[in-house]
Design a protein around this ligand. Structure first.
Ligand code: AMP
Length: 396
């Protein structure tokens, strides 16, 4: 078995895969431990049944031990040695360009990147340390959201700031959601029956966190997120790109220090900031159709910013590319968001098939009509499966 772990500062999402068939690992169980250090709640799905436990989780180690004990109780595993490897989602891996066995050097890089991803990397570090203690025999693999974007060229990754900021402080665009982009690129290669290294795509990963990536010849060519996941398009609670002077200006206006303003840009902006009510796209689209001006304002801005980046990336691909893909919570499910974004792309000769946009689907579906010059698809991402496959490849 392979355990895939996506840990935050107070939560651990986990998925267990059976890797008997190493080419096609099958997911056996998935769940989440939440509210770690606050009080604690664990839930998971196994064989169609939902299990829920309210209990004290003072730290990640207790949470992981609890989950493993439950797996043994339910006979999912006989003992912890049935799990031969653990794959971790790591948001920031600085310049590491591929998934890697977690040795001392990799662990140090993940630790150094805490200052670049203070909201994300600390949880992963605590989880790695906990697994090392509880399962000393398991091999551990780190899969980075940044790795896929290491193919960006200087013109894309440099910021027009003093060059020494890049050389001495690592100030550059790193890009994120790379595990999802890697999965989507492989899936699109299957769907279009086209070799991965010839694929040119614009992939819109629209979840709570959101980014768009321009994929040229199967590699990341440009992406919207930057030094941190705060940059790029507007998101659920993150602002995306803004005039950098707003930070100093609002710091003085509100008499708050820069880190507090940055916190507002991370947690109280985006859809939540502009609507003043919700960061959840289901609320936003419901309100939009009811004529609520707060939701209309938020959705119009959100879809315009996304469309602006799609045009920019189409320009990089020369307007002759294999398709636009929508993925993640909003991209996969929000019919209205997809439609509003596509309606704002008059230069691209896209013909949407409204019925297809609305119909339910399995792994993927076309949204564009047969005659559309540019194909548009919704594809369900599967970051856990990608992590599992990389973990198998590095440990078998
Ligand atoms: P993620 O971070 O990928 O889990 O995506 C979370 C976002 O997806 C939230 O804004 C949700 O409102 C949105 N989402 C999930 N399901 C739907 C749905 N059926 N329709 C519209 N938005 C959805």
């Amino acid at each position: 078995m392979i355990l895939v772990v996506n840990a935050g500062s107070s939560s651990i999402k986990f998925r267990l895969f059976n890797d008997s068939d190493i080419k096609n690992p099958v997911d056996v169980l998935d769940g989440i431990a939440e509210r770690i250090t606050v009080d604690g709640f664990v839930s998971f799905k196994y064989e169609g049944k939902k299990y829920e436990f309210d209990m004290e989780l003072p730290n990640h180690e207790v949470a992981i031990q609890f989950i493993l004990n439950k797996l043994i109780e339910l006979n999912v595993i006989v003992n912890i040695n049935d799990i031969n490897a653990v794959g971790f989602r790591i948001v920031h891996g600085v310049t590491i360009s591929k998934s890697s066995i977690i040795d001392q050097k990799v662990f140090e890089t993940i630790s150094e990147a805490v200052k670049l991803a203070p909201l994300h990397n600390p949880g992963a570090i605590i989880a790695i340390e906990a697994i090392k203690k509880i399962m000393p025999k398991a091999k551990m693999v780190a899969c980075f959201d940044t790795a896929f974007h290491q193919t960006l060229g200087e013109e894309q990754f440099l910021y027009p700031v003093p060059y020494s900021w890049f050389e001495e402080h690592g100030v550059r665009k790193y890009g994120f959601h790379g595990i999802s982009y890697q999965y989507i690129t492989e899936k699109m290669s299957e769907i279009l029956v086209k070799s991965k290294d010839k694929l040119n795509l614009i992939v819109c990963h629209l979840g709570n966190g959101a980014s768009i990536t321009c994929i040229k010849n199967g590699k990341s060519f440009d992406t919207t997120m930057g030094l941190t996941p705060l940059a790029g398009i507007m998101m659920g609670t993150r602002s995306g790109d803004i005039d950098p002077s707003i930070i100093e200006y609002m710091s003085k206006e509100l008499n708050l220090d820069v880190s507090k303003i940055t916190n507002i840009l991370n947690k109280e902006s985006g859809l939540l900031g502009l609507s003043g009510k919700s960061s959840d796209m289901r609320d936003i689209t419901d309100g939009y159709f009811k004529g609520d001006k707060n939701y209309i304002r938020a959705l119009n801005k959100y879809t315009q910013v996304a469309a602006d980046y799609i045009v920019k990336f189409a320009n990089l691909l020369g307007n002759d590319f294999d398709g636009i893909v929508f993925t993640a919570g909003i991209g996969e499910n929000s019919v209205t968001t997809r439609k509003l974004i596509l309606d704002k792309l008059p230069l691209l000769n896209i013909e949407i098939d409204s019925a297809k946009n609305e119909e339910s689907y399995g792994d993927y579906k076309y949204i564009s009509s047969r005659n559309s010059k540019i194909k548009v698809l919704a594809v369900r991402t599967n970051e856990e499966l990608m992590i599992c496959k990389d973990t198998i490849n590095l440990t078998k």
